[in-house]
Design a protein around this ligand. Structure first.
Ligand SMILES: NC(=O)c1ccc[n+]([C@@H]2O[C@H](COP(=O)([O-])OP(=O)(O)OC[C@H]3O[C@@H](n4cnc5c(N)ncnc54)[C@H](O)[C@@H]3O)[C@@H](O)[C@H]2O)c1
Ligand SMILES: CC(C)[C@H](C(=O)O)[C@@H](O)C(=O)O
Ligand SMILES: [Mg+2]
Length: 352
């Protein structure tokens, strides 16, 4: 019997709605196995902030550290000043738990819709740096709300931080069929950070002689994601470029409702955290219509991370089959389904 301690942070907006379905599918995947998940729910997010003014206390953080993995729904609410929860809770978790790899795969499942006329065989993964870049909060504002206001947001890139995520990206590539890494940055303008990234890739690449690599400026990368997405295998990039590219990647490969992610601490000095790429979607929160597929796929990534490859594959196959059936019509495809109907349908497929 293997028991994992799972911290659940459902969060705001559609977070709790999609997390319920993620947990439903996790139960389906582990049913009849000797694997169990003991869950602890953490009441974090807008409601807690309104009640106490707290985002993530030291005690919360310590309690979360006592878990093997984390499942997170979404953080952010229009009633809370922008950035308070995003920085004080979500980014604090990623930073404090040293989740320096933000792993975001994109796969266009057979039969799934893409807005592209010739999407080809989309199957790539973005390895987004998770703890540095412009996200570190290094900056400030002077003469606020005057005509002379100055705001800075300084991107921090350390050799240590860049090297570890670049090495991780190459190690991901070496296990994939095409074994190719594309570094995405903007070193024609961001010459300090960009050249650090370029030199780091040049230094790490020889450790992986079977992996080829190339470079794209981020603006050109946004073009190629739309015109030739099938040409990508592994993209490695900084925190902000990775954030933007992965929403674009979601949009071309089935939509944001299917985009999963893992905030991974490969050194295992803290728990890794799995969450959909999307946010709290205040525009549809409470309506029971959010697509839980991305959260279920994130549960699959969590199982894969824990070493349960077969279970992870089962979960991914079930989501892919559900998506294909939805597009083709038929039982699951007749009209819009509720969040829990989608969760039920995927759970049933997982059970087989
Ligand atoms: N990881 C996170 O927790 C995370 C990620 C992104 C945004 N946010 C936060 O969420 C809030 C809203 O941000 P936003 O509107 O820019 O991005 P969002 O991802 O919440 O929503 C963007 C669009 O996608 C739709 N959408 C998102 N998830 C969906 C799903 N599962 N099914 C169907 N439609 C879905 C929304 O309805 C909306 O139209 C903000 O507070 C933002 O900071 C949090
Ligand atoms: C909410 C925000 C802090 C977050 C990010 O920028 O990383 C989100 O957009 C994401 O992609 O997970
Ligand atoms: Mg984002």
């Amino acid at each position: 019997m293997t028991t994992y301690r799972l911290a659940v942070v459902a969060g705001d907006g559609i977070g709790p709605e999609v997390v319920a379905e993620g947990l439903k599918c996790l139960a389906a995947a582990t049913e009849g196995t000797d694997i169990t998940f003991e869950t602890t729910e953490f009441d974090l997010g807008a409601k807690r902030w309104h009640a106490t003014g707290e985002t993530l206390t030291d005690a919360d953080l310590e309690a979360i550290k006592g878990h093997d993995v984390i499942l997170l729904g979404a953080i952010g609410d229009p009633t809370v000043p922008s950035g308070v929860l995003e920085r004080g809770l979500l980014l604090k978790l990623r930073f404090e738990l040293d989740q320096y790899v933000n792993l975001r795969p994109s796969r266009l499942y057979p039969g799934e819709v893409s807005p592209l006329s010739e999407p080809g065989d989309i199957d790539f993964v973005v390895v987004r740096e998770g703890t540095e870049g412009p996200y570190v909060g290094n900056g400030g504002a002077l003469r606020v709300d005057t005509p002379h206001e100055i705001a800075t947001e300084v991107s921090v890139n350390t050799r240590h931080g860049v090297e570890r995520v670049v090495r991780y990206a190459f190690s991901v590539a070496t296990g994939r069929e095409r074994k190719h890494v594309t570094l995405v940055h903007k070193h024609n303008v961001l010459v300090h950070a960009g050249h650090l990234w370029r030199r780091t890739v040049e230094a790490v690449a020889p450790e992986f002689p079977d992996v080829t690599w190339d470079y794209l400026h981020v603006d050109a990368a946004t073009i190629k994601l739309v015109t030739a997405p099938a040409s990508f295998d592994v993209i490695v990039t900084d925190n902000l470029f990775g954030d933007i590219l992965t929403d674009e990647a979601a949009a071309i490969s089935g939509g944001i409702g299917l985009a999963a992610s893992g905030n991974v601490n490969p050194d295992k000095t803290g728990p890794s955290m799995f969450e959909p790429v999307h946010g709290s979607a205040p525009d549809i929160a409470g309506e029971g219509i959010a697509d839980p597929s991305a959260t279920v796929l994130s549960v699959g990534m969590m199982l894969d991370f824990l070493g349960h490859k077969e279970l992870a594959q089962k979960v991914e196959d079930a989501v892919a089959a559900d998506a294909a059936a939805k597009v083709a019509g038929g039982a699951e495809g007749n009209g819009p389904r509720s969040t829990s109907q989608v969760g039920d349908a995927i759970a049933a497929r997982i059970r087989g």
